[in-house]
Design a protein around this ligand. Structure first.
Ligand code: ADP
Ligand code: ASP
Ligand code: MG
Length: 423
């Protein structure tokens, strides 16, 4: 059964100024005037979250995560109230709700909480009275009633979760680009917009740095089969990119995109005794703090000692280093050091499953550009390399060119006989 409800999420750059808030209000009103029930999710005004974080970091080396959540959630409160006020000003009745008022309940993991339940009775009642609901994205409350946030870019996840809870047909994500591209269109001017992307590919792209969608929002959409449309706030004519279940109409190029993530750091623990249980000891401590680790390399043991290096998101670096310095002493490591001058570049494509040789082409391209590879990891449909941060643009553009991603892809008609992963 099709629903009369649409969920629209507007990102920070779409509500960065009062004029932009007016523009969003006009678009929302248009949808309501067309007879739709509209639930809007907004992010904080552009730059606001960074500004608040900067203030906290000036006051403390490692600000309390609980307090950070209370602080950051204020950004979305401001933009949701302002949008609701703008809608009223246009004769469109609206009610702004915080995460708590929206009934969005999360676990206790401050600054990267996971949604446990949505009790959307209040929003449903308001929608019945023909008001637009404007929900502050990115936030919820834990069982104690403390404010939590869902991680950077988390308003995307609020929107998809609310679309699922309220049984909308689709979740529309409005942003400052026309959709999902073969690479960040701000870095690669000839990047091509994709019309349709499968959940699986989008999961890879989001996890590898295509920050147009937060990874958890794609996980949610995939788990509950909620289609997402990413489109421009500023260009009403473009239909954007639809993300949904894989279907035969989707492009199946060997490579569909090149992603980068400059917010990566590497921690190296040098000279740890090469004994069973050391890796478990180190990585359990990080897991307990809900810090995800990405690539891990352990060197060949020399004289009973070895080095372990791993990468993680830079937002978690300070916390991870304070854990690792303690752990380092405990496991009698020689030293623990951090390097933030790295980035991760990745080549993604569902067609890699049936086509070999992609990894070799990536390495040859980087070698032609004299870019050194520090670490490599692969999955069925992607290859990622850690390189030095300064070479990011050069690497992304070279790989985009190598795989001719600016051109419409040819269909993958004859899968290779060997169906093993490309690497
Ligand atoms: P919002 O404020 O709307 O949430 P974000 O800044 O979080 O917007 O995400 C949109 C940005 O994502 C774009 O401005 C673009 O630079 C970046 N981006 C990175 N990779 C991609 C990609 N593959 N396709 C589209 N946008 C991308
Ligand atoms: N304002 C938050 C951030 O900047 C959440 C969001 O924009 O989705 O990360
Ligand atoms: Mg975003």
């Amino acid at each position: 059964m099709s629903s009369n409800l649409i969920v629209q999420k507007y990102g920070g750059t779409s509500v960065g100024t009062l004029d932009q808030i007016r523009n969003v209000a006009k678009r929302v009103k248009k949808s309501r005037d067309a007879g739709k029930d509209v639930l809007v999710v907004v992010s904080a005004m552009a730059g606001e979250t960074d500004k608040l974080l900067e203030m906290a970091n000036k006051l403390s080396d490692l600000p309390e995560r609980r307090e950070i959540d209370l602080l950051l959630s204020s950004g979305e409160r401001i933009s949701s109230a302002l949008l609701s006020i703008a809608l009223h000003g246009m004769g469109c009745p609206a009610v702004a709700l915080t995460g708590r008022q929206m009934g969005l309940v999360t676990d206790d993991t401050h600054t990267r909480a996971r949604i446990k339940a949505i009790n959307a009775g209040r929003a449903t009642d308001i929608l019945k009275t023909n008001h637009v609901v404007v929900c502050a994205g990115f936030q919820g409350v834990n069982d104690l009633g403390d404010v939590t946030t869902l991680g950077r870019g988390g308003s995307d996840t609020s929107a998809v979760a609310l679309a699922v809870a309220l049984k909308a047909d689709v979740c529309e994500i409005y942003t400052d680009v026309r959709g999902v591209y073969t690479a960040d269109p701000r870095m690669v001017p000839n990047a091509r917009k994709l019309n349709m992307v499968s959940f699986e590919e989008m999961l890879e792209m989001a996890s590898l740095g295509a920050k147009v969608l937060q990874i958890r929002c794609v996980e949610f959409a995939n788990n509950f089969n909620m289609p997402i449309v990413v489109r421009s706030t500023f260009d009403e004519t473009d239909q954007g990119t639809r993300i949904g279940q894989e279907n035969p109409d989707m492009e199946q190029p060997v490579v569909s995109g090149v992603m980068y993530d400059k917010d990566q750091s590497k921690i190296t623990v040098k000279g740890v005794p090469d004994q069973p249980g050391i890796a478990a000891n180190i990585f359990n401590a990080l897991a307990e703090a809900a810090i995800s680790v990405d690539m891990i390399i352990q060197n060949v043991s020399a004289e009973g000692h070895t080095d372990i290096s791993f990468t993680l998101h830079t937002t978690n670096l300070k916390e991870a280093m304070s854990i690792m310095e303690k752990k380092g002493k405990e496991v009698k490591a020689e030293s623990v050091s951090a390097d933030s001058n790295i980035s991760k570049i990745s080549v993604v494509g569902a067609g890699m499953r049936s086509h070999s040789g992609v990894a070799a082409r990536i390495f040859s391209t980087l070698s032609r550009e004299s870019i050194n590879i520090m670490m490599i990891s692969t999955s069925e449909i992607r290859v990622s390399c850690i390189i030095d941060k300064q070479s990011t643009e050069q690497a992304v553009r070279a790989l985009h060119g190598e795989f001719k991603l600016d051109e419409e892809p040819k269909r993958v008609s004859q899968p290779a006989t060997d169906a093993s992963p490309a690497t």
